[in-house]
Design a binder for this molecule. Sequence first.
Ligand code: SF4
Length: 416
Amino acid sequence: MSKVFCEKPFNHNYIHTNGKMRLCCTTIQDLPTDNNYNLFDANTHSIRDYWNSNRMKEIRRKMIAGDKIRDCERCYRQEEQGVQSLRSTGGMAEFIAKTEEDGTFNNPATTMQIQLGNICNLKCKMCSQMYSHMHGMETRDIGKQDPEWLHWVKEQGANVNNWTNELGVKQEWYKNIEFKSKMFEHISQNILHLNIIGGEPTLIPEFYELFEYCDKQGTLGDKTVTLVTNLTNTNSKLTTWLPKLKNWSIWASVDGVEARTEYIRYPSKWNKIIESLEFYRKLLGTNGNITLSPAIQLLNIDQLDDIIKWWLDWCGGELNKKYGFTWLATVWYPLICNPNIAPRDWRLRVAEKLSKYKFDQNYENIIKELKRDQHTPEKYKELQKSFVKYNDRQDKYRQCKTWRSLLPDLEKAIKV
Ligand code: SF4
C-alpha cells in the first residue's frame, strides 16, 4: 500500500475556520493561488477556483509519483508512531486513472469538511483563537492583566497554544453571500459525505440554513453528515432534518468523566452534555450514530480507561452501528498538551494503570508511546515548565478547579 498517496486531493474539499482552503483538517498549509503569493480564501475565491489550481495539480502529480507532500507531514508522523491518521488510499487506482497528466482532476469532490468559523461558547484547554473567539477574547483579557504572559504565549507559538493574531475576532467567512450560495449549491449537488465543525456549528444560523437549502432541493437523502459538537447546545430543527439524511453521525467532543471534561472544555457542564447525548439518542432511528471523539491529551490521559468504560456503559455495553469511538481527535499540538511531555515516572505509572484494561490497537499504541522517551531532559523540563505556566495563569483567571487539584499526582511529579 502506498505510504504517501491520499484520496483527499481527489475527492475532498476543506474550508478552514478562517475561510482558507486546504487539503484537509490535518494539514496546516493553506493552498496558494497560482501567483504563489495569495491564498485561496472564501471571501474572494470559489471552491471551483482552487480545485484545479497549480498547487492542487502539483500535489496530485507528486502523490501519483510516490513523492511526499509537505502538506501531509502530520499524517506521515502519526503513522510512524503507529497511530491512526486521516490518510486513506481506497479508490487510488480509479483516482489515478481519472487524473490528467498535468494533475487536473475534472470530477468535483464528493466529500467535504467545513469549519464554520470560530464562534464558540467554550474555551477548551487545547484550543485557541483559531477555533474559538471566546478563547481568543480570554487570552487577550489575561494579557491586559499580565502582558508578560501574553507576550510569552505569542512567542511560544505551537508549543502552548496554536497562536493566531486578532484575538477575539470572529471568523465568519460563511456570511459572504456569493460564496455561501455557491457553496450550498455545490454541497447540495455534489457532496455525499459532509463533516461540519466549528467553532460550535449548532450556534451558527448558516448551519441550519444549509440543511434547509438541501431539504428544499430534495438532496438530504443522498447525504451522510457528521456533526462535531461540544454538546452544550441542541436545536429542535435537527429533529426534522436528521431523519431525512441517508446517514448522520454526532461526534461527541467529551474529554473526560464529569469534572475532568468540565475543566478541559471550560465552561461546559456535565449534566448538559448528558442531556444533549440523550437528545441525539432519541433521534437515532435506523440512520443515526453517536461517536465519542475525545481529545486525548496530557490532562486526561490518566483517565483514558475510565472514559472508555463510561462510554461503553452509556452505549449499553458495546460499540456497534449506533455507537462508535474515534481516536481522530487525539491532541498532538500544542506540544504542552501531548501526554508524552510528562515526567517519566508519572507516564510509567499511567501506562501501568491503562495496561490493566484492554480496548483496541490504538489504545495499546498510546500506552506504548507513553513509555517511550521522546525528548532530551532539557526539552522535557522546558515543556513541563510551559505546561505549568500556561495552565496556572489560565486557571487563576478562570477561578475554576485547577489542574493541580484534578491531577495531584502529576503536580507532585512535575518538579520545575
Ligand atoms: S495525507 Fe493526511 S494531511 Fe495529507 S491530505 Fe491526506 S489526510 Fe490530509
